[in-house]
Design a protein around this ligand. Structure first.
Ligand code: ADP
Length: 499
């Protein structure tokens, strides 16, 4: 350890340096303050032993001049009757003091070693605090620290920018400084209450409040408060952010979404009306064609040759198909996004109805049903019937060589029900598992499997318009599982029986 010994008394200086050197210290000496300051220009010392009374400086000044140019720990040497002066030096930053003439070797060594160690810890602490200050001042958030009475004790650069008050102006004021007059009591009390009710160690809370700038304008802030549970009293800190822009942006976004939703709803309604009118209008000429074909048949009175009969058959098939297509488009267009909370439909009854509707084809194909218990849900009865009937009739239509077996089941999944309709039919190549839900999408020629390609599109529309999802799991030749989700019933005390 390197010691600078500043002592004008040659005997005392010699004695002290000899003691130190014997214990392995390196000692450099100065007799005046001027000499000492020169030596300190090269700061190679670990500690300074400083006599306060030198030929060119006396008293606390001696310490202050040394302390001003170095952070090397200083141990003050004072005369016995100057103890008060030594204490003053300690208050102003000296690490310790020793009374001349009462120096034991051990106390001198211990004092120097402690001073060096204490000084190192203090310097680290100071550097840590400086680092913290730099971090705080470079934060994008305003940072405030407060004592247990909510008086501001810390205020970073961003706090000054956010609220207009300088650190000097803000320190010592209550947190109320940043709340508008009419909200002062209410804001602070509600924050205090929040912490009072929270016994978690170092509790924290976040809230949005109205704050006021020094210039008088108020603005919304998001505040994250936390308590530091120090003894004997806690203190508080807060990070605050001006959220004026965010709120403006949110409002703008909300407005935009509302506008878009309005315009989309309007367009949807227009499209629905268009599909409805178009379907109705298309049916008229179709009915006329059917009527005239019938007239033609009656007029000809069976005098058509084979080709003519075949052509007439084509016309009848075509018109019938067209009629089915128009009917499906009409159904599809009429499924809206209207709330169905007022309907409670028991799916068990719906499946029974499906079986009754399909009784003929069930009998013809020897179809078997397995039906697990099914829930009641907030979907209009006719739509549920359409959904189950489309799926069941497809399972019969797309059967394999085996007699069809159709299994209905449902399980609860969060706030939704997951329904499944499983069959043992021809299955679907996974490549088409999304395409089949598109309008008019068919995987087979109409001769082998008649249809419009609208059945699954209608199912999808029913499910998605209630906030659910529909998909299929299948492999060619291995049957299909159609799965769909629908929201669980929203309990409503005044909901009556099924409509
Ligand atoms: P459609 O049955 O009138 O053709 P859908 O929209 O009901 O129209 O079905 C679309 C296509 O999906 C069908 O053409 C068929 O290829 C396939 N598909 C639907 N259900 C099944 C099923 N249960 N098994 C095998 N394929 C199916």
């Amino acid at each position: 350890m390197n010691i600078l010994l500043v002592e004008d008394n040659p005997t005392q200086s010699k004695l002290t340096s000899t003691i130190l050197q014997r214990r392995g210290f390196e000692v450099d000496s100065a007799e005046t303050l001027e000499q000492a300051l020169k030596k300190l220009a090269r700061p190679t010392f670990d500690a300074i032993l400083l006599d306060l009374s030198l030929p060119d400086s006396d008293g606390i000044n001696t310490f202050n001049k040394v302390h001003a140019i170095t952070d090397i720990p200083v141990v003050v040497l004072s005369a016995q009757d100057d103890r008060e002066l030594a204490l003053q030096a300690v208050r102003q930053g000296a690490q310790d003091y020793l009374i001349k003439g009462m120096l034991s070797t051990d106390s001198l060594i211990r004092c120097l070693q402690y001073s060096v160690e204490r000084n190192r810890v203090e310097n680290e602490l100071r550097r840590g605090q400086e680092r913290l200050r730099i971090i705080m001042d470079n934060s994008y958030d305003a940072f405030l620290s407060m004592n247990s009475d909510w008086e501001i004790t810390g205020w970073n650069v961003q706090a000054q920018q956010t609220f207009g008050w300088t650190e000097k102006e803000a320190i010592g004021h209550s947190l109320n400084l940043i709340f508008p007059t009419h909200l002062k009591k209410q804001s602070l009390r509600s924050i205090e209450q929040q912490f009072l009710n929270n016994s978690t160690r170092n509790a924290r809370t976040t809230r949005e409040l109205l704050a006021i700038h020094k210039d008088g304008h108020d603005f919304p802030v998001e505040i994250g408060f936390f308590r530091i549970d120090d003894e004997p009293k806690p203190s508080y800190c807060a990070f605050m952010r001006d959220i004026t822009k965010r709120i403006e942006y949110q409002e703008e976004l909300e407005h935009l979404v509302q506008e878009r939703t309005k315009s989309l709803t309007q367009k949807n309604e227009e499209l629905r009306q268009f599909a409805k009118i178009a379907s109705h209008d298309l049916q008229e000429p179709l009915k006329a064609v059917q009527g005239f074909v019938q007239l033609l048949e009656e007029t000809a009175n069976g005098n058509f040759d084979k080709d003519q009969k075949e052509f007439l058959g084509f016309i009848q098939d075509g018109t019938m198909r067209m009629q089915q297509l128009i009917k499906s488009v009409l159904i599809h267009s009429q499924i809206g996004n209207n709330s169905s909370e007022n309907y409670i439909t028991d799916c068990n009854l719906v499946v029974e109805e499906v079986m009754a509707d399909l009784a003929v084809s069930i009998k013809d194909t020897n179809t078997q049903f397995e039906v697990d218990w099914l829930p009641s849900i907030n979907v209009e009865h006719s739509q549920m019937l359409q959904l189950f009937e489309n799926l069941a009739s497809n399972s019969i239509k797309y059967r394999s060589a085996k007699a069809p077996l159709i299994h209905f089941s449902a399980e609860e999944s969060g706030d939704m029900w997951l329904f499944s309709v499983r069959d043992n039919g021809i299955g679907i190549d996974p490549e088409y598992k999304e395409k089949i839900f598109d309008m008019f999408s068919r995987l087979h020629g109409k001769t082998k499997y008649p249809g419009t390609g609208m059945g699954l599109a209608i199912c999808k529309r029913i499910v998605t318009s209630h906030g659910g999802n529909i998909w299929v799991e299948s492999k060619s030749g291995e049957g299909c599982i159609f799965l769909f989700t629908l929201p669980a019933v929203i309990a409503k005390t005044n909901v009556g029986a099924e409509k």
